[in-house]
Design a protein around this ligand. Sequence first.
Ligand code: AMP
Ligand code: MG
Length: 346
Amino acid sequence: MIETRTYDAKDLKEERVKKDIRSTLLTGRLVVFPTETVYGIGAYALSSEGIANIYNVKGRPSDNPLIMHMKDAQAITPYVYIDQPYIKDLIDAFWPGPLTMVFRKKESVPTLITGGLSTVGVRIPSHPVAQDVLTIADVPICAPSANISGRPSATLFEHVMEDFNHRVDIIIDGGKSDVGLESTVLDVTGDVPVILRPGVITQAMLETIVPKVLRKDGVKANETPASPGMKYKHYAPRGELTIVEGDQSAVVRYINDKIKDHHDKHKKVGVITSDALIKQFNTTYVYNLGDASFDSSIASNLYIGLRMMDQFQVDYIYSVAFHGGSYQEAIMNRLYKAANHKIVKL
Ligand code: AMP
Ligand code: MG
């Protein structure tokens, strides 16, 4: 068992703490730190021990590649080929920020982190603590979401502690993640960029910079996914989650009927909803993601809501659908996956 050291943002000014973070990373050990999307579990990208530690500690399938994080766009040139002219414009518009670009990798990037692929995902995070960690380390850091594989990503320090206390060397507390959903993943190897995972940087936003952006979604059985992460169950709470979509009053009626059925069988039921409907459901375990017209608040609370359902230890979970606003695609993408695509349309 590891005696995990915890720091907060202001500790990073201390020489002693900087030294600890740097030597921990350079010796192939793990440091969890906040980013603007979700918390990341970081290892030195060129340390095979560090990378193996990430896969082990997360329980992540070894063909699901890791994103390399670097402190600025200049730092990426030893690692990737900038194949397309539009990449520079995307860098200027969206970095640092919640956009991962998938490039053709150079020899210097170990295939261990790319799941054997000839491409690598790179992101420059904007969060000041993530920036500090990258500056202190002064090497590329792989930092997948800081959750045990298959569980909802962690957007709070407490949630990181739940999954990784005594399993990593250092955890840095940065409060609540702003965005609350993982980065948009964009393949920039071809003439036209392709969204592999939707995020808060949307197709419409990207198309203000490049004329056309394609989307790739879902993976059929036996098909090789463009983004290996797409084939795995993700973000899932322990209870069985169903999304209920449709006219508000019909949704409330449907969920309350289900609650009654489950209660008759002595099962616990949770509901994930927005402000407007919190008083409508006949169960104690209701989690309010906030005002549905503020999609940024729904996004930043989604994983907290899913994890809250685990704390409530409910057997069944019903969530309303969240439509409207530019974050909706990313929100519903994560919710569909969390529900393993179980959706009732009324
Ligand atoms: P996470 O770091 O946990 O947010 O997950 C990273 C996501 O980016 C996963 O869905 C990966 O499959 C995807 N990804 C990372 N690198 C690549 C790559 N080289 N090509 C395609 N998808 C990638
Ligand atoms: Mg993840």
